[in-house]
Design a protein around this ligand. Structure first.
Ligand code: BGC
Length: 908
């Protein structure tokens, strides 16, 4: 007894001590603001806005944790904010759970590093320690701050070799920091003392150069030294000087010119003085080994023309000529503020096929967008050709016939997707294109003299806008997981600072492809910076009458074909989805008037509320849906988004006007296309039934019957899809949202023609442009166009949706469908608040459902079942959750942040 009493006394002491230690350590570390970003980037340089946006997440494992207040302190001290004298902006404590806040202190100065941190309080008023310090650095802020002159080497747009530039200068004192600001029309590589600056490729990102040109900011402090230094620049053509003839007339673009640049190297010395080494006619220029480069076709490199040490000190540049001054491409020189293009994956060749000692074919084992690198030893003057292709002929050679259809060569000097590399001889040498990219899996290397190549001689580099990963899915069906991977491969292969259709045949910013893929993109990747930039491109390209071109940017083509609302509704659909996924209305507000001009234009040409303007259900499997129906649905969607945006920005007049317009369009659609008796739209094709459901025009009392008819139409077609592009956006969602998620999964995981799985079982690692494998046209093997399936995985089996009422996943809607055919499924999405997990598995006839909701967020779970338990208790009796059960057996459960494991019985 005594022993026992002593034991329980000791135990109480122990518990007390543990509690004390726990609460001490808690008050230190249990919650804080983390993942601080400015303008959605980590510690960005070159911020040029007066109101940069700050975002953070609340790191807190406590159940139901949420933020009650925040305080931001911005200092100009560079690396510490301990002294209050350096405080530029102290927001003071603001009672709000927001974690997206605009800077609103005094005017920011150019060329200045600002540090910032966030202190948060939880919902009970408990204060966190302050976050780690983050920083942002302003750039030029105003174009009058540029010191350099725009320079080039010639005005000849047809000259093929790329220009090289060098500038030697002396840094007279000890350097404490240095930034190189460089604005380029075309593409560039920058070197300091022979070392390439940064890890980006294909900078600057493509814009409509005569309306907006981007500049970059590089921290080059560590590359400079006291004494002599050399800056080297190579310019590429990119989209600025399109020398290859191709479809859509880029070689006739109004901006076309010899590439040029303007640069300021701003050095801060230890004594506080500043020196700017600027571009001007005192820079020397020459051509070199890069004898041709085309973003569309390929690159030619003659290593015999290399000038050793051209970008280093001590090089004899006496035969180099002086750079010439040229006009700026536009007066709108804007800081590039987006995740850059990088080489993200190095892919060793999976096999090599030696056809003879002059012909080898390498297979990467997967289709990518990017470049290849060849390392080879051979005789001086040996000419190697690297032909990139997505497929091979039966004889093993590269087959470009599916991708060269828009290639319009005028002679044989510019072969398609084929780099030409001439050896200088004397040892191992390597080549990798620097100013272009290609879509390929195979590289056929031919040479005019025998060379010995092995599997190690060639490597692939996957390149794309290096947007952070924001989501993943995993299931018990490996084929389904492969479809998800292929979707992401195609999404990234088509993200180069603007969304493209394909990385080989066109590389164009096709609008329709991009809005179809927007949700897939945003569930999987943190792409806001790229889309904000691309919407600037939209504003550059919009005609005063509101019309947008089908491809953006464009050199002028696309204002009269393929640019109806089914394609160019990007102007409304993309900002709206950014708002839903990020809870940030900045972009929507910025383009509000552009959406309005666009909608007003459609109204002008469609007084009755219906429009036939558009391409329709592009690349249908067999049946062709009514174009008037699909185009009018997009017109309706735009008007609806506009009316909601108007309400958001307090413009009630517009809100009423465009809500009335969207009603008018909806009624016109239903009047003309809906047979109320039969609950069928138009001819009852799969697209005609699913698109009205997806875009929300079907009257409530007919929804179920329209969905039943859709399911009937699929069954009548042998349980197969029969849709085109617009139908693929709608069909899986329309089924899932109306009680047919099992059928949707059946389509989504099918292995026979026509389906995504059909491509995968035939070896695809990317999505294709067409369903049959042997079709004669529109047969790129890397299109994101049919990629809505990637978003559907998050929505239907994953059940993760943003909540329009509290966007940015402030509240998460959880509505998973435990589809027949899957035993397990898990979806994760990193939303602005942190990681959401929705994961389930079947165990003994029940579903174990695992949910994680990040701190400062909540969720509304919506599940149809007979019973749901949490830790063995019926949730109806729960005190920690609000639970409602509808008459139709649906549980509506309100959850706070944290992790929960439910058991769900008797699903309906
Ligand atoms: C592109 C498509 C695009 C279509 C529109 C094609 O050439 O590759 O993806 O949407 O044209 O017409």
């Amino acid at each position: 007894m005594i022993h026992l009493a002593r034991f329980s006394f000791l135990k109480s002491i122990l518990i007390l001590l543990t509690t004390i230690t726990y609460s001490c350590s808690q008050s230190k570390t249990d919650f804080s603001a983390v993942n601080l970003k400015c303008e959605y980037l980590v510690n960005p340089l070159g911020v040029d806005t007066q109101q940069p946006r700050f975002t953070w997440q609340m790191s807190d494992n406590r159940e139901g944790a949420s933020q009650g207040s925040w305080q931001i302190i911005v200092t100009s001290s560079g690396d510490n904010n301990s002294g209050r004298e350096n405080i530029i902006w102290d927001s003071e404590k603001v009672n709000s759970s927001a974690s997206l806040v605009k800077y609103s202190g005094p005017a920011l100065k150019p060329f200045t590093r600002y540090s910032w941190n966030v202190t948060i309080w939880d919902q009970n008023g408990k204060k966190s320690q302050s976050s780690e310090l983050a920083f942002f650095e302003t750039g030029m802020m105003d174009k009058s701050n540029w010191k350099g002159t725009w320079i080039s080497d010639t005005r000849d747009v047809n000259l093929k070799p790329a220009p090289y530039f060098r500038k030697e200068f002396s840094a007279t004192k000890k350097i404490v920091s240095a930034r190189q600001y460089i604005a380029v029309a075309g593409l560039y590589e920058l070197y300091i003392n022979g070392i390439k600056v940064g890890d980006h490729v294909l900078d600057p990102i493509y814009t409509r150069f005569d309306r907006r040109t981007l500049y970059l900011t590089h921290d080059v402090t560590s590359l400079l030294k006291e004494g002599k230094n050399v800056i080297g620049v190579i310019l590429g053509n990119g989209w600025y000087n399109h020398q290859s003839t191709a479809v859509w007339y880029f070689h006739e673009a109004p901006w076309r010119s010899r590439p040029k640049f303007c640069s300021d190297l701003r050095i801060t010395y230890e004594d506080g003085t500043i020196e700017v080494v600027k571009s001007g006619t005192d820079w020397k220029t020459s051509t070199g080994p890069l004898t041709f480069n085309s973003i569309y076709t390929a690159e030619h490199y003659d290593a015999r023309l290399e000038q050793e040490g051209w970008n280093k000190e001590g090089f004899d540049a006496s035969v180099w000529k002086a750079a010439i001054p040229v006009p700026a491409p536009s007066l709108n020189i804007v800081s590039q503020q987006l995740h850059p293009i990088r080489q993200t994956v190095i892919i060793p060749a999976k096999s090599i096929n030696k056809i003879n000692n002059r012909t080898y074919v390498f297979d990467l084992g997967r289709n990518i967008a990017g470049v290849s690198k060849l390392t080879v030893k051979g005789e001086r003057g040996t000419v190697l050709r690297l032909k990139h292709a997505e497929r091979i002929y039966p004889d093993g050679k590269a087959d470009q016939s599916n991708i060269d259809v828009h290639y319009r060569p005028t002679d044989d000097t510019d072969p398609f997707q084929t780099d030409i590399f001439i050896l200088k001889g004397g040892g191992e040498e390597s080549f990798m294109a620097r100013f272009g990219y290609k879509g390929f899996q195979f590289v056929e290397v031919t040479s005019d003299k025998p060379v010995e190549l092995t599997e190690e001689s060639l490597t692939g580099y996957f390149m794309h806008s290096d947007v952070p990963v924001a989501g993943s899915v995993k299931s018990s069906n490996p084929l389904f997981d492969k479809i998800w991977e292929a979707t992401n491969n195609s999404y990234l292969s088509n993200l180069y600072g603007y969304p493209t259709d394909c990385p080989q045949r066109e590389k164009n910013g096709w609008t329709g492809d991009a809005h179809i893929a927007i949700e897939t993109g945003l569930y999987n990747f943190d792409g806001i910076t790229v889309y904000e930039k691309w919407l600037d491109d939209h504003m550059d390209e919009q005609q005063p009458n509101g019309v947008l071109p089908a491809i953006i940017p464009t050199g002028g083509w696309g204002y009269t074909w393929a640019n109806g609302p089914d394609w160019t509704s990007t102007i409304a659909i993309i900002p709206w989805n950014i708002y839903l996924f990020y809870g940030d209305s900045y972009l929507l507000e910025k383009v509000y008037n552009n959406i309005k001009m666009y909608v007003d234009y459609i109204t002008e040409i469609s007084p009755d509320g219906l429009t036939t303007w558009g391409l329709g259900d592009w690349i249908p499997i067999k049946s062709v849906a009514s174009k008037e129906l699909t185009s009018s649905l997009y017109y309706y969607t735009d008007a609806l988004i506009l009316s909601k945006a108007a309400a958001l920005f307090g413009n009630m007049e517009d809100n009423i006007k465009y809500a009335a317009l969207s009603d008018k369009i909806k009624n016109a659609i239903n009047e003309k296309f809906l047979d109320r008796e039969k609950a069928v739209y138009a001819k009852g094709l799969q697209t005609e039934l699913s698109a009205p459901l997806q875009w929300g025009v079907v009257p409530d009392d007919l929804k179920q019957r329209v969905a039943d008819n859709l399911a009937g139409a699929i069954k009548a077609n042998g349980n197969k899809m029969d849709v085109g592009l617009l139908g693929t956006k709608a069909i899986l969602n329309a089924l899932s949202e109306n009680g047919y998620s099992d059928l949707a999964y059946q389509l989504a995981s099918q292995e026979t023609f026509p389906s995504w799985g059909w491509w995968i079982v035939n070896g695809a690692t990317t999505l294709f442009e067409n369903w049959p494998l042997d079709t004669k046209s529109d047969i790129s093997m890397n299109h994101i166009m049919f990629g809505e399936i990637g978003a559907w995985m998050f929505k239907s089996p994953g059940g993760i949706f943003p909540d329009e009422k509290t966007p940015g996943f402030k509240n998460v809607i959880l509505r998973p469908h435990f589809v027949k055919g899957l035993d397990t499924f898990s979806a994760e999405h990193n939303c602005p608040y942190g990681k959401i997990v929705s994961s389930w598995k079947r165990v003994e006839g029940k579903i174990e459902y695992h949910v994680e909701i990040p701190a400062n967020s909540s969720a509304t779970m919506n599940i149809k079942a007979s019973a749901i338990t949490l830790n063995g208790e019926d949730i109806v009796d729960s005190k920690s959750m609000k639970v409602l059960k509808n008459a139709n057996g649906t549980f509506i459960v309100t959850l706070g942040s944290g992790t929960k494991d439910f058991v769900i019985s008797d699903l309906n």
